[in-house]
Design a protein around this ligand. Structure first.
Ligand code: NAP
Length: 249
């Protein structure tokens, strides 16, 4: 059985590693190519877009893919829409892996924002020390609020042309621990955190630290999930794949 895993997430890597060495399943991990030095699992990998739905349909057919696992990030909505449409057109079973969103806990001071522009406005007109952890592709709106002091953390350094003036950057890859996050927030005298509601355990520590310190969080809400069969984690995705493999896809 041949599987294509759309990745760029912890879950995709866990699925890939879970299938490595399985003689019944040949899996390929697909990465968009945004990260220059990704951590690659022990299966074949490819990088770069497919060129839309048509390109993905062609890939599924040319490579005789039996099942498609969409384990992209909850905010990677275009790829997920393309995956659903292409799987339908190619007649390939497709499963989405969507980790649950973070849920506000007692003691949390969250402002929910619909998107990045809304999150930028939620920071207000008084200058604040902002910890920005929204990913390197999403920084542009914050350049329109240059009166804040930004500390930006992303997996790799962002394009300098996208940065708000005077912003400082840290390149770091999760998982992060609560003690380290608390230390960083205190050392930098951060007054507010901006994050996407990515969910998952790898980057939740900043929210736990914020709760402990009584810091407000601007939480960018998730876009609506794509329709179709969905599981919440890698273990359930592996069970689905093995079930399909046993049935001969
Ligand atoms: P997106 O907006 O949904 O997708 C834009 C285009 O990038 C897609 O149409 C596709 O190009 C290409 N693409 C995306 N994921 C791909 C994959 N796994 N393999 C091959 N091509 C892919 O995606 P995004 O939000 O820019 O995210 C890009 C990647 O980073 C994804 O793999 C995602 O899982 C990962 N990621 C995203 C976030 C986030 O917050 N958005 C956070 C962490 C990781 P074509 O149309 O040419 O096929």
């Amino acid at each position: 059985m041949k599987i294509l895993i759309l990745g760029g997430t912890t879950e995709a890597s866990a699925i890939a590693n879970g299938l490595a060495g399985d003689p019944a399943i040949q899996a390929v991990l697909s990465l968009a190519g945004r990260t220059r030095a990704p951590v690659l699992p022990a299966i074949a990998a490819r990088r770069g877009g497919f060129r839309g739905v048509e390109g993905l349909v062609r890939y599924l057919r040319d490579e005789a893919i039996d099942a498609l696992i969409d384990a992209t990030h909850p905010f990677a909505t275009q790829m997920s829409r393309h995956a659903l449409a292409a799987a339908e057109q190619a007649g390939v079973p497709r499963l989405a892996v969507v980790r649950p969103a973070w849920v506000r806990q007692p003691g949390d001071d969250w402002t929910e924002s619909a998107d990045m522009a809304d999150a930028m406005r939620a920071l207000g007109e008084r200058s604040r020390r902002v910890f920005l952890t929204v990913g390197q592709q999403e920084l542009a709106p914050f350049a329109k609020a240059p009166w804040h002091d930004y500390l930006i953390r992303s997996v790799e350094p962002p394009d300098p042309s996208l940065l708000p003036p005077g912003a400082r950057c840290i390149a770091a890859r999760g998982p992060f621990e609560t003690a380290g996050e608390r230390w960083l927030l205190e050392r930098e005298a951060i007054e507010v955190i901006v994050t996407k509601n990515s969910g998952g355990s790898a980057t939740v520590a900043k929210l736990i630290a914020a709760r402990a310190l009584g810091l407000p969080v601007v939480m960018v809400a998730r876009p609506p999930a794509v329709a179709g069969p969905t599981v919440v984690d890698a273990a359930r995705a592996l069970a689905w794949i093995r079930h399909h493999a046993l049935r001969g896809a």
